[in-house]
Design a protein around this ligand. Sequence first.
Ligand code: NAP
Ligand code: F7E
Length: 336
Amino acid sequence: MKTAFITGITGQDGSYLAEHLLEQGYKVVGMMRRSATPSTARFAAVEDRVEIGHGDLLDQSSLMRLLDEHKPDEIYNLAAQSFVHSSFHEPIHTSDVTGLGVMRMLEAVRLVCPKVRFYQASSSEMFGEVHETPQRETTPFHPRSPYGVAKVYGHWATVNYRESYDMFACSGILFNHESPRRGKEFVTRKISDHVASIVFGEKDQLALGNLDARRDWGFAGDYIRAMHLMLLADTPEDYVISTGTTESVREFCRIAFERVGLNYEDYVVVDPRFFRPAEVELLLGDAAKAKEKLGWEPEVDFRGLVEMMVDADLQTRLDMYKEPTRGFLPDTLKVS
Ligand code: NAP
Ligand code: F7E
């Protein structure tokens, strides 16, 4: 039985990846950092099948101890301070975790288990102020936030360790991917959660920042399959993972409110607090290499993603309130 070691197991991607790898017959070890209120909610469905090891990307010795203890075949480095907006408020912390944390993982691998297959969670935020559209593996980087800068560092550290030490190290340049398990600070989940709150009378409006920003949004459940495929390939390479479509925040709002028979213009207000010092205006990925070499393709389209997220947040409220106070509910929801 192969062992997979996942950092960031409590996050959105960590939970989907753990489920996927367990289905594929892996033993899964997840790294969790100490917290006053530890949260295993996202991977609750498989909690009793995941082994937890305590460690932190800020603590080199914990990483080395865990790799030595568990001797994994594959490592997925998903842990990061991943919220771009916060990276402007906590640039040093973000650099330490999201940038230097990758180097700590790579050093732990080099010293403890150099034959392991290593995946680094790189990001389309590295393209930032884009130099070409669509963005592909060869597009130059121009990050627009401390988060993006830190991810560029982690990306090149991964490439460098592959070239210097012949390690099987891959960097997945993933475009935005979302799900009902997305944190509520990210715009997609903020919108779906507010739609449900508005329908059930908890809130009357939704305050957002830049409605014209465009993203290539996919479903997290599709994207974690690509991570696994990268580590199963014959050679370690870097891949763009994206849907090849781009939509605005405004369009996400329009479809989300339409799902419950409401007009987003009646509820969305623009609040300057949610603007960033520098913005990434447009992202659109070209995942042709992943399709050709890994056979990877996304299964959920943009509308399917929006409706999945809105429905999940409605379902949670429906279980509490039974009746909506505004709009209507999709037929597929179930009253318990
Ligand atoms: P997420 O939900 O924010 O999860 C981040 C994870 O990192 C959490 O488990 C968090 O643990 C952990 N973490 C944070 N600081 C840590 C530290 N010092 N030591 C150990 N663990 C730490 O992120 P995600 O959406 O699943 O994304 C997974 C990875 O892909 C991240 O590296 C992200 O930057 C990258 N990425 C995401 C996207 C996307 O659209 N989702 C796109 C491209 C790349 P706590 O629960 O303790 O906070
Ligand atoms: O913002 C705009 C905001 O915070 C998307 C992370 O997973 O994907 C994510 O980073 C867009 C931006 O994600 C609000 O200005 C408008 O243009 O959902 P987001 P992100 O910054 O794209 C990349 C690929 C990652 O790697 C990151 O880890 O939406 N926007 N109004 C807003 N954004 C937020 N959060 N809140 C608003 O009210």
